[in-house]
Design a protein around this ligand. Sequence first.
Ligand SMILES: NC(=O)c1ccc[n+]([C@@H]2O[C@H](COP(=O)([O-])OP(=O)(O)OC[C@H]3O[C@@H](n4cnc5c(N)ncnc54)[C@H](OP(=O)(O)O)[C@@H]3O)[C@@H](O)[C@H]2O)c1
Length: 300
Amino acid sequence: MIVVMGATGATGNALLTRLLDLGVPCRALSRTPDRLRAMEYPPEAEIRYADATNLAALRSAFHGATQLFLAMTNSPAQVELETRTIETAAACGIEHIVKLSAPAVASNSPVTVARWHYAIEEVLRATDLTHTILRPYAFMQKLLLLGPQVATQGTIFGTMCESPCNYIDCRDIADVAAAALTRAEIAGGTYLLTGAHTYSYPQLAARLSSMLNTAIHYTDLSSTDFHQHLTEQSGLPTWLANHIIEIQQLAIAQPEHPTDTVAHILGKPPRTLESFLTENLDTFRHLPVSDCASRTPRGR
Ligand SMILES: NC(=O)c1ccc[n+]([C@@H]2O[C@H](COP(=O)([O-])OP(=O)(O)OC[C@H]3O[C@@H](n4cnc5c(N)ncnc54)[C@H](OP(=O)(O)O)[C@@H]3O)[C@@H](O)[C@H]2O)c1
């Protein structure tokens, strides 16, 4: 039995779909299991309540399982929540954890969230468990958050000039996670995951301009102005605005390059940003107000 924690999240949700397609017994966890039930998975999917703040619920969710996929929303409580989850999983007989981590992980990383992931990885390394660590770059699915701003203002804001960035489709991360959970030769590795090509924000804006047949611009702001934009216009908490600025500044300091890890593990090239944008183009399209209700979110 494989437990999928973070099953309502972008990667966990894609993993659940993949494991069900493969016919592998799996148990999906959420603090609000009704959200998973509403996704109408086949009856083989076991859906359970679990909250990493609730030890009894975690123990019950891990009972009888041997493998865990662990994805957790970024938050200042992330290290505490994932540490508790790993320790409880080990005590409950889980033998293998696939952890969703991040790039630039190091004890002295300039990215705070990467230092959190380093601390969690250290907890995992200190256990006797087999552990697979996935370190993907930016999720293509998170580009959808730019949709309303692109649609209404025709602009992408940022603070990373023309730096090349790696993007990866969460479905490829999920496919790699599924490989680690079902193929012994993949389990136990640490994998830096990217798509096949890098894109800068100006290139992304140019691509969207051509696909939408309307001018989309990239506006480069100072980090102070971008922070203000993120907190005041987009309403993000300070720690998250700091995180976005830290990863964009790292992209300038250390220009990103693709790896061939996804193709190597899956035996096929990663999904492209081009096809992801094509699939989701309506999210970026300016629609008359009367048509906005038809902007349907992706997912199952
Ligand atoms: N965004 C990126 O570009 C990017 C790039 C590299 C790495 N990452 C890493 O990816 C991870 C996030 O992955 P994601 O975007 O696929 O997931 P996500 O959409 O952020 O959702 C993660 C899951 O965390 C679960 N969760 C939150 N608090 C919980 C708690 N107290 N107990 C149990 N579950 C809890 C949520 O489940 P419920 O709400 O259903 O309970 C949700 O399904 C982060 O650690 C991030 O650092 C992200």
